[in-house]
Design a protein. Structure first.
Length: 292
């Protein structure tokens, strides 16, 4: 495969295995940092402006120093060019910086902008037809009053614990709910259901991430004549929907054909999901920014 995996740390590009961060960085010690996962295809960054805006919004909510957007963009483009990869995955991380062993963020200095450029590890192509098997996690979603999950922070332990659940049960994903059984999202993706002519998804009051792909799919659904509903849904609502699918930067649009032991539809990608996915994939170029 052409190209190599690299990391840029505050603008210095090196081989991925050579990248190092201090053990006293509060991102390492406490998960005090923010990140974005970004996809690029044929040297074009998917949803570049949307990811930039969300990164800076997350940093602002955590009171985390970030470089000027122009400097961020310069380092991002340089890292991708230096990799030689034409398509792949970028993980952008902003750390709090080196501090003391206590939790006080005011003692931290020299925040780091870390940009990892790597090969893209997607779901196997056959799962885009056969669909995913998902389970309902017993690990509840963190409630909004405890932490606002619009912030893409580097502390993902809640998601990690739910991930162990689907791995232990040989599934592909897990759906997280609140303590009352209201669905929020999957561990790394947003979730949608289709019943009759209605496309429905958990609202942001469930503390789900305001996914960028999620927003685009709702726009496409409106264009295709679907009624769009955001709200509070139980696992039962998704289990008895006509079609279910997940959305995310890496996954794009991928069908869910089994929740717990309940088959969804005929066990394959449904026609409405297919129409949404095909339109989304056809528009990827228009959603993208050339690496200049």
């Amino acid at each position: 495969m052409e190209g190599r995996e690299v990391v840029s740390i505050n603008g210095e590009v090196m081989a991925l295995e050579d990248g190092k961060i201090s053990v006293l960085d509060h991102c390492f010690l406490y998960g005090d940092g923010v990140f974005e996962g970004i996809k690029f295809i044929d040297k074009k960054i998917l949803f570049h402006r949307e990811h930039l805006n969300r990164l800076y919004a997350s940093g602002q909510m955590l009171r985390l120093p970030l470089p000027a957007p122009e400097e961020y963009e310069s380092q991002l483009f340089r890292a991708i060019r230096s990799s030689g990869l034409t398509s792949g995955y970028v993980r952008v991380v902003v750390t709090r910086g080196i501090g003391a062993l206590d939790i006080n963020p005011l003692k931290c200095r020299n925040s780091k902008l870390v940009i990892i450029v790597a090969h893209l590890d997607l779901y196997p192509e056959e799962l885009y037809e056969k669909g995913l098997k998902v389970v309902i996690a017993r690990t509840n979603k963190i409630p909004y009053r405890s932490f606002d999950c619009r912030i893409k922070s580097c502390n993902y332990l809640n998601n990690v614990m739910a991930t162990w659940e689907f791995l232990d049960r040989e599934a592909s994903e897990a759906i997280q709910t609140d303590e009352n059984g209201i669905v929020s999202e999957a561990t790394v993706d947003n979730i949608f259901g289709i019943t009759n002519n209605t496309l429905f998804t958990p609202g942001t009051e469930t503390n789900c991430l305001e996914g960028i792909t999620r927003a685009k799919i709702m726009d496409i659904g409106r264009e295709q004549g679907l009624e769009i509903n955001e709200g509070r849904y139980t696992a039962h609502d998704f289990m008895f929907a006509d079609e279910v699918f997940l959305t995310g930067t890496g996954a794009g649009v991928i069908p869910v054909t089994q929740i717990e032991r309940k088959q969804i539809g005929n066990g394959l990608m449904g026609p409405r999901t297919r129409a949404l996915r095909e339109t989304y994939e056809a528009r990827i170029v228009s959603f993208s920014t050339v690496v200049s």
